[in-house]
Design a protein around this ligand. Structure first.
Ligand code: DX5
Ligand code: ZN
Length: 222
């Protein structure tokens, strides 16, 4: 599968949200990445249901909802109703992760689990067959515009090898500090979906930057 690009609307202009959603619709982007932050699991607050519903109203591509919050199991059905196509919860925030993954599937969504930079991929071994997606954080969650953590590449390779035996269709997503400088290495390591916030929205032409990320050839990695 060719790699997918998921621009993060966290870096969009919220006063011109419809314009930015239409830009993503018209671009080579594949998904909308939607970051929900609760001010408890992460030291920042982003947005909730009304903003997701507003994005959904105009979005012509799937909504990939990343929940950086405690007790996400209290709100899964609400996020599904707001328009999520995929819901990703944090390993570190779920005591009964298997139950929460089942709940996401029962709500009709693809289920993902996100790992903070310090959380080893090996902890997923007993849930890997139940997952559609694993999101490896390549920055500490909470803010856009941070520096990519290089150790992410080792984690991606280890996870791809682990998944080969038990869930070869597992989608691996990387989130944080993604740019044209690290996309080829990430895809070569086994990443399927690249989230990009500031790289896209701080670019002179966001849609050209999306095209640049989408068309990077992983064979070019040295
Ligand atoms: C960070 C969020 C990311 C963020 C990425 O906690 O999960 O999705 O928007 O932004 P950049 O691409 O600027 O690092
Ligand atoms: Zn995210």
């Amino acid at each position: 599968m060719n790699h997918l690009i998921a621009p993060s609307i966290l870096s969009a202009d919220f006063a011109n949200l419809q314009r930015d959603v239409e830009m993503i619709n018209a671009s080579e982007a594949d998904w909308f990445h939607v970051d929900v932050m609760d001010g408890v699991f992460v030291p920042n607050i982003s947005f909730g249901f009304p903003v997701i519903e507003a994005v959904k109203k105009y979005a012509k591509k799937p909504l990939d909802v990343h929940l950086m919050m405690v007790n996400p199991e209290h709100y899964i059905e609400r996020f599904a109703a707001a328009g999520a196509n995929g819901i990703t919860v944090h390993y570190e925030a779920c005591t009964h992760l298997h139950r929460t993954v089942q709940q996401i599937h029962a709500a009709g969504c693809k289920a993902g689990v996100a790992l903070n930079p310090h959380t080893p991929v090996s902890l997923l071994i007993d849930i890997l067959t139940d997952l559609d997606l694993v999101l490896i954080m390549s920055v500490n969650p909470g803010f856009g515009g941070q520096k990519f953590i290089a150790n992410t590449l080792h984690k991606v390779k280890e996870l791809r090898a682990m998944a080969q035996a038990v869930n070869p269709n597992l989608v691996i997503e990387v989130d944080g500090g993604v740019s044209v400088d690290n996309t080829a290495s990430l895809v070569a390591a086994g990443v399927n979906v690249l989230v990009a916030g500031s790289a896209v929205f701080a670019a002179e032409s966001p849609s050209d930057m999306i095209a640049a990320l989408k068309n990077i050839d992983p064979g070019m990695v040295i």
